[in-house]
Write a new protein. Structure first.
Ligand code: ATP
Length: 444
């Protein structure tokens, strides 16, 4: 018999079906057994009256929560059943896999008259058994949402003629800044894990691809213990040629994110509100823009925040957080483009204006950076001089070659997929990743 997904089965009263899944809840009493069966599409109650089904009793006595079973039975409408007014009356139950007592508590179990509250295991304990933790409705919803986020962005770009590329993650020279890269043994020499696809995205511009994007792993050897940093994460990067100015890049990103949030709000807005208590807000275009200098001035005037002199050329974490309050109050918006960073804090490949200011931005969403974007320096001599200024010309020799034989003007940006998921659902980065990787975490 062919399997029916639970979401479909519950719409077919009167039909005989085969459903399969995990036991989400089990209540076994003298006369009745109620099983809540869960698959990736939904849940259904399986009701067994023991007297009328003595042949199932032996199997039922072996069942435990989270065991995997297959059930053949008839779907019946029953107004008394809370879960959608439908239940399945089984004729057969097959045990596929028995689960031992779970080593973690996935959700706090409230106190009853007889039992005290059982508190939820910490996120680190839950990551030790991440596969069990991922069985919850919220976690499965999170990855359905992430699928839509990435897919809707991919679709938006493909429709505009972007080519999807896959660049190497094993590289021969420490890229960009030389810092924060993981060295790996590569036969008899040293290689590194790519810290960003930046150089290859730009190579694609020199290859005449004009518009490209990549969704792939990014490695950062940073000992950061914040709720927004991981040592490996997924980057959504894009680059495109013949831009007229940085405005084209910002405009592209604002439209891309608006398209994505529209799709997410439409399909999952209600379930996200119910499961995570957060609203998916579709932004209005254009997104507000402010210079770093003006932002600091505003934050001081409005909230008395003063930035230490030595940090003025970059956005501090406190200012980043406070900027959310400011952009909401000033523009009723959740996104803010910040421009006008100092050259010390930006990579050598950002183009600079006539005053030496890098032509780039950070995009802040809900008070956290989700993107760095820029117009890139495509003129070989200037690029080489900027690399030399940062003491990098030897490390990036192969990259500089890309600009020697013709390259169009271009720009682009990189968005952290995990950061975006985390901000959308208002959870920490460890919760938002399938499996988190951090300075102290290499398992499972
Ligand atoms: P941050 O200042 O937050 O450390 P960054 O300036 O190093 O970030 P970029 O190198 O510009 O970030 O990377 C582009 C995007 O990738 C960031 O805006 C963010 O969304 C994401 N990102 C960067 N570092 C991390 C990290 N360690 N963990 C998760 N996501 C990250």
């Amino acid at each position: 018999m062919e399997r029916t997904y639970i979401a479909k089965a519950i719409t077919c009263p009167g039909e005989k079906v085969l459903v399969q899944g995990f036991i989400d809840n089990l209540r076994d009493s003298k006369y009745m057994t109620f099983i809540v069966l869960k698959d990736i599409t939904g849940k259904v109650q399986i009701t067994i009256e023991k007297e009328t089904h003595p042949e199932l009793c032996d199997t039922i006595s072996q069942l435990t929560g989270d065991s995997v079973i297959s059930v053949v039975g008839e779907v019946q409408a029953n107004d008394y059943v809370k879960m959608g007014g439908v239940e399945i009356i089984p004729s057969e139950i097959i045990i596929e896999s028995i689960a031992e007592a779970l080593p973690i508590v996935r959700k706090t179990i409230p106190a009853t008259k007889k039992k005290p509250e059982v508190t939820r295991s910490s996120i680190d304990q839950r990551i030790d058994y991440r596969w069990i933790d991922l069985r919850t409705d919220e976690n499965q919803l999170m990855f359905k949402v992430q699928t839509l986020m990435v897919n809707s962005m991919r679709q938006f770009l493909v429709e505009q003629g972007f080519i999807e590329i896959h660049t190497p993650k094993l590289i021969g020279a420490a890229s960009e800044s030389g810092a924060d890269v993981f060295p790996v043994t590569y036969f008899d020499r040293q290689a590194y894990l790519a810290q960003s696809p930046q150089f290859y995205k730009q190579m694609a511009m020199a290859s005449g691809f004009e518009r490209i994007f990549e969704v792939g792993p990014v490695f950062r050897a940073e000992k950061s213990y914040t709720s927004r940093h991981a040592t490996e994460f997924t980057g959504f990067d894009l680059e495109f040629s013949y831009i007229r100015s940085i405005d084209d890049v910002m405009d592209m990103e604002a439209k891309l994110l608006t398209h994505m949030l529209t799709a997410v709000a439409e399909k999952y807005g209600d379930s996200i509100k119910e499961a995570f208590g957060t609203e998916v807000i579709v932004p209005t275009l254009p997104f507000p823009v402010i210079t770093l200098q003006e932002l600091y001035k505003q934050l001081e005037e409005k909230y008395g925040y003063t930035v230490p002199e030595e940090e003025k050329c970059d956005l501090t974490t406190e200012a980043e957080q406070l900027s959310f309050k400011w952009v909401q109050e000033t523009y009723g918006h959740e996104f803010l483009f910040v421009v006008g960073f100092g050259p010390e804090k930006r990579p050598f490949y950002h183009m600079r204006d006539k005053d030496g200011t890098p032509i780039g931005y950070d995009l802040i969403w809900r008070g956290v950076e989700i993107t760095t974007g820029a117009q890139r320096e495509h003129r070989y001599d200037i690029l080489k001089a900027q690399a030399e200024e940062k003491g990098l010309s030897e490390d990036v020799k192969f990259y500089l070659e890309f600009f020697k034989y013709g390259c169009p003007p271009h720009g682009g940006f990189g968005i952290g997929v995990d950061r975006m998921t985390m901000l959308l659902l208002n959870v920490g980065i460890k919760e938002a990743m399938f499996i988190f990787r951090g300075p102290n975490r290499l398992d499972p």
